[in-house]
Design a protein around this ligand. Structure first.
Ligand SMILES: Nc1nc2c(ncn2[C@@H]2O[C@H](COP(=O)(O)OP(=O)(O)OP(=O)(O)O)[C@@H](O)[C@H]2O)c(=O)[nH]1
Ligand SMILES: [Mg+2]
Length: 203
């Protein structure tokens, strides 16, 4: 059982350059606005509102960094594709995210979150293909599993995997989660700590 003893909010940044990494491995969370990124980080850290959440999409607007038990960093990213923010703002977020993903020296894996209640969207697949194509290690986390029954959940998993197999030969790791009932918590921490074994400290 992985229990987190300490989770600290390190701060918010608009650019990767100034973000501390303390020579520690980092894992980032991305996905469409409202998919549940901030909620998932809180669930993983046993916190209620460490990463700020909102039922209004577009809540997270900066790169937010958390230090876990002084050995791993988690980064909460702004959502992509939220129609209600201006085009200029969306482009700013896209640049911020891309720069972070391309330049972050200690990034071990990007978790791409997909809402199980919504069929795979072109914007998600385009993002996954783009980032995967750029060689950034990624894993998929399906969110809000508590909202679906067993059969619907199964169908949703299959629909996502079918969509991904259109452009991927082998599927990236796939984890089912719910921040509501803590489904996936153990599996995600296990994934993180296993991946950390391959971390080579960066200067
Ligand atoms: N039922 C259920 N609701 C969830 C779950 N995760 C998140 N939510 C709800 O979904 C809404 C959005 O959650 P956030 O965690 O703020 O989503 P986000 O992806 O960080 O959104 P942005 O920061 O706006 O990009 C909130 O109303 C949450 O309470 C879940 O696992 N189950
Ligand atoms: Mg958020």
């Amino acid at each position: 059982m992985t229990e987190i003893k300490q989770a600290d909010f390190l701060g918010s940044w608009e650019r990767q350059d100034g973000m501390p990494h303390k020579g520690l491995p980092e894992f980032a969370f991305i996905g469409r606005s409202n998919v549940g990124k901030s909620s998932l980080i809180n669930m993983l850290c046993n916190r209620k509102n460490m990463a700020r959440i909102s039922s209004n999409p577009g809540k997270t607007q900066t790169l937010n960094l958390f230090l876990i038990d002084k050995k791993v960093q988690l980064c909460d990213l702004p959502g992509y594709g939220y129609a209600k923010v201006s085009k200029t703002q969306r482009e700013k977020f896209a640049r911020m995210i891309r720069h972070y993903l391309m330049e972050r020296p200690n990034l071990m894996c990007l978790f791409v979150l997909l809402d199980f209640r919504i069929p795979p969207q072109a914007i998600d697949m385009d993002f996954i293909n783009d980032i995967g194509g750029a060689g950034i290690p990624l894993a998929i986390i399906g969110t809000k599993a508590d909202k679906l029954g067993k059969k619907a959940l199964n169908n949703s998993v299959l629909a996502i995997q079918d969509e991904m197999l259109k452009s991927w030969e082998t599927l990236p790791p796939f984890i089912v989660s719910s921040s509501e009932d803590k489904t996936g918590k153990e599996e995600i921490w296990k994934f993180i700590f296993d991946a950390c074994k391959a971390f080579k400290p960066v200067p």
